[in-house]
Design a protein around this ligand. Structure first.
Ligand code: PMP
Length: 400
């Protein structure tokens, strides 16, 4: 077997995608016009497939802070914090995140992916057990593989299944790490956190919640599903990313555990990679303030989500079960999903195509994500485009 033979499956899958003439996983935005609009293939397009939930990527204060940091501190840090030193602003942001959550400490990582890798490898090893919601993000699965820990998967959003598996662990449950997400990014469904907290109270263990898609969106102060469910005191670690509602790139973990600071020294994904550039830290410090004070933005986002959800539901589309800023439309048949996705793009709507096995339902998905920056007109235009194209979708056989 040659080194490259294992890529044959990908070659074949890509050939199928090429039949429609566009690679849905390689779309380039030629010009970004605003948080919700871009030029794609020369066409003015509404962006309904970004994670720009609060629409803060063009916030003037954040741009000004990033420009100033670029001018004063340069384009990059050129190294890792442990080997090459922190910029004092890294620590400032850590303190601001800790105080935003009202906890003792925070570690900033270079991406959200690395935050999961760093935390899970920093906390667990071959003798540890991690219980995962089956639909957890790839970064959590990859982290467990890297840590070499024992993984026990439980059914998605099913606290009874978690309890059953904790019970089977006996004494070992007391030191197990349970990992779930706040809002799941494929179907936009929220975790039953209170129920998990009950399981933890009964069997012990530690709870880590990845709030990547829920930070800024839920809770009075925007701290996420843990805040909304009023269970922050029972959650040991909250992981998050700067790449969605905060409009940048980076990741973090906050915790009241005094051991958090020690994880830095055990987390290779923290030690052996370059720290986030000063401009990113500067813009994130500003967007974090806007997020904390962002009740009006949150309300706008939820109103937008409701508008899109109701509009698509009225068309009779098979959409995700809960109203949230992520709206997933199930489309039976890979070829149909691909064709529909392309038609939408040609009519000026960009959303995400997700194909099995990456979908939790095993059915292809068109995934739309809302922003507080979408106008009602843009949302109505998205719904209208679905309406116009629906007859063309219905004409394609499921097994085409
Ligand atoms: N966790 C979850 C739940 C995610 O959805 C993502 C990204 N989609 C990440 C972590 C990784 O975040 P980042 O893209 O900032 O590396």
């Amino acid at each position: 077997m040659s080194l490259f033979d294992k890529l044959d499956g990908i070659r074949q899958a890509r050939a199928m995608l090429e039949t429609v003439g566009i690679d849905p996983f390689g779309v380039a935005m030629e010009k970004i016009l605003s948080p919700t609009e871009a030029i794609i293939h020369g066409r003015h397009t509404i962006l309904a497939g970004t994670n720009n939930y609060l629409g803060l990527t063009f916030s003037q204060d954040a741009l000004d802070a990033a420009h100033k940091a670029l001018d004063e501190q340069g384009t990059g840090t050129t190294g890792s914090r442990m080997a090459n030193g922190s910029f004092s602003t890294h620590r400032c942001l850590e303190q601001e995140l800790a105080s935003f959550y009202g906890v003792r400490d925070c570690i900033v990582f270079s991406t959200g992916y690395l935050a999961n890798l760093g935390m899970i490898t920093g906390l667990t090893g071959a003798n540890d057990i991690v219980l995962l919601d089956a639909d957890c993000h790839a970064s959590i699965y990859d982290a467990c593989r890297m840590a070499g820990c024992e993984v026990v998967r439980f059914r998605h959003n099913d606290a009874n299944d978690l309890a059953k598996r904790m019970r089977r662990l006996g004494e070992r449950a007391k030191e197990a790490l349970i990992i779930v997400e706040g809002l799941y990014s494929m179907l936009g469904d929220k975790a039953p956190l209170q129920e998990y907290v009950e399981v933890k109270r009964q069997y012990g263990g530690y709870l880590m919640v990845d709030e990547a898609h829920s930070l800024g969106i839920y809770g009075e102060r925007g701290r996420g599903v843990c805040e909304e469910a009023d269970c922050e005191d029972d959650v040991d670690f909250i992981v998050g990313t700067f790449s969605k509602s905060l409009g940048a790139t980076g990741g973090f973990c906050v915790s009241n555990r005094p051991e958090l600071d020690l994880v830095r020294y055990a987390a290779r994904p923290y030690i052996f990679t370059a720290s986030p550039p000063p401009s990113v830290i500067a813009s994130t410090r500003i967007t974090l303030q806007k997020l904390a004070e962002g009740q009006a933005l949150r309300q706008q986002l939820h109103d937008n989500a409701q508008r899109l959800y109701s509009g698509l539901a009225d068309l009779g589309l098979a959409i995700s079960p809960e109203v949230s800023p992520v709206v997933a439309v199930n489309i039976e048949g890979k070829a149909r999903a691909l064709t529909f996705w392309k038609l939408l793009l040609e009519h000026g709507v960009y959303c995400n195509l997700v194909l099995p096995p990456a979908t939790p339902t095993g059915v292809p998905l068109l995934r739309l994500s809302l922003s507080a920056a979408h106008s009602s007109e843009q949302i109505d235009q998205i719904i209208d485009t679905f309406r116009q194209l629906q007859a063309q979708l219905d004409a394609i056989p499921v097994d085409a």
